[in-house]
Design a protein around this ligand. Structure first.
Ligand SMILES: [Zn+2]
Length: 214
């Protein structure tokens, strides 16, 4: 799936902005305006209350008592970024961590959590200052890092970046999460999928406002 989703030409000319524009989501300059804080139970949108999504918000933001679960209640997709730590009980969730909370290349694991793990809720959690935004600005650092730290040749490191960066770059954090949410809703129509956001400044979760829904 990795390669078929994007097509064989991606990455061959990584200086061509046009190629990457096809995979970007329109930039929204007001991204922080789209975040809905959760400071009380009433702040949790009714559709999420009394669901594992609401519980996640209660545990993390509202200090609901952490009581261990016997089986996972939901799947959480979140970025690999080290600045984020969720306050949740033992056994509460399957967690897939990937750059930008991008689950496009983790679908078998998503299906596994749903089919075998029997979870019917997915929380997608983006965060601010994500390294996957404007990934191409880090190209030189990435290549130099692989050469000096991993012992790769410059050519191999460059090819590696060229091949994978278009798959993982995102234009902005909230719009990407909304786009992933919609994609997963189409793919798994019986599951509840919630777009959430982690602010690394206050370590709180926010609900990403969906136009016309919240
Ligand atoms: Zn990130």
């Amino acid at each position: 799936m990795l390669f078929y989703d994007i097509g064989p030409d991606v990455g061959r000319d990584y200086n061509s902005k046009a190629i990457f524009e096809n995979y970007k989501i329109l930039t929204n300059p007001n991204l922080m305006d789209k975040l809905f804080p959760v400071n009380t139970f009433e702040d949790i949108h009714p559709q999420y209350r009394e669901t594992p999504i609401g519980l996640l918000l209660e545990f993390h933001n509202l200090n609901r008592q952490l009581v261990p679960y016997e089986k996972a209640q939901l799947l959480i997709g979140m970025c690999m970024d080290n600045r984020k730590h969720l306050h949740i009980p033992d056994n509460f969730a399957f967690i897939i961590r990937s750059g930008g909370a991008n689950l496009r290349y983790s679908e078998f694991k998503v299906s596994y959590a749903i089919a075998v793990g029997q979870v019917s809720h997915i929380a997608l959690i983006g965060h601010n200052n994500c390294g996957m935004v404007n990934l191409f600005s880090q190209q030189d650092k990435f290549i130099e890092g692989l050469v000096t730290t991993a012992g790769w040749t410059e050519e191999r490191a460059k090819e590696h970046f060229t091949h994978f960066a278009p798959m993982f770059e995102i234009s902005n954090e909230t719009d990407f999460i909304l786009s992933e949410t919609n994609r997963l809703r189409q793919k798994y129509p019986k599951n509840m999928i919630a777009p959430l956001f982690y602010k690394v400044d206050d370590n709180k979760l926010y609900i990403i406002e969906e136009h016309g829904i919240i």
